[in-house]
Write a protein that binds this ligand. Structure first.
Ligand code: SF4
Ligand code: SF4
Length: 130
């Protein structure tokens, strides 16, 4: 009985994930940004120019390369040469939360790239849910 109660209590509570580790100040997350438009990653610079007119915040970024999938990689203009953020205390909620972000397609937390000093880990060890 107690086992079932624990099981359902755990189901009611979100498992919860946290970040472990620390920022290595590599700046990767501020210069390898892929933006989505109409459900797809931006691959066409013309589309980016159009979006800049509709959403002024897009002007905070500039295209700085492409990945192996042909998706444009954007760099934030607030990134300083020492990989620190120029507006650290005023950065967006998304920046504050990164890299604790969920996949748009699966809704599951994504693990940051290998180079990142953080890992996304469950708040409690697996055995505590059993
Ligand atoms: S990729 Fe990770 S380690 Fe590098 S700057 Fe971003 S948060 Fe920090
Ligand atoms: S606002 Fe700062 S933390 Fe956010 S992407 Fe730009 S440089 Fe990075």
């Amino acid at each position: 009985m107690l086992k079932w109660l624990k099981f359902y209590l755990n189901r009611l509570q979100s498992p919860g994930y946290i970040l472990k580790g620390e920022c290595k100040k590599c700046g990767r997350c501020c210069r390898n940004i892929v933006f989505f438009a109409y459900g797809n990653p931006i691959k066409d610079i013309k589309l980016f120019e159009e979006l800049k007119i509709k959403n002024k915040r897009m002007n905070l970024f500039y295209p700085s390369g492409k990945n192996e999938n042909g998706e444009i990689l954007f760099t934030c203009k607030s990134l300083l040469p020492d990989n620190c953020c120029k507006y650290y205390f005023f950065r967006s909620l998304y920046c504050r939360r990164y890299p604790l972000v969920k996949s748009l397609s699966t809704g599951k937390y994504l693990n940051p790239p290998e180079e990142c000093g953080y890992r996304v880990v469950p708040k409690k060890p697996f055995k505590d849910y059993i």
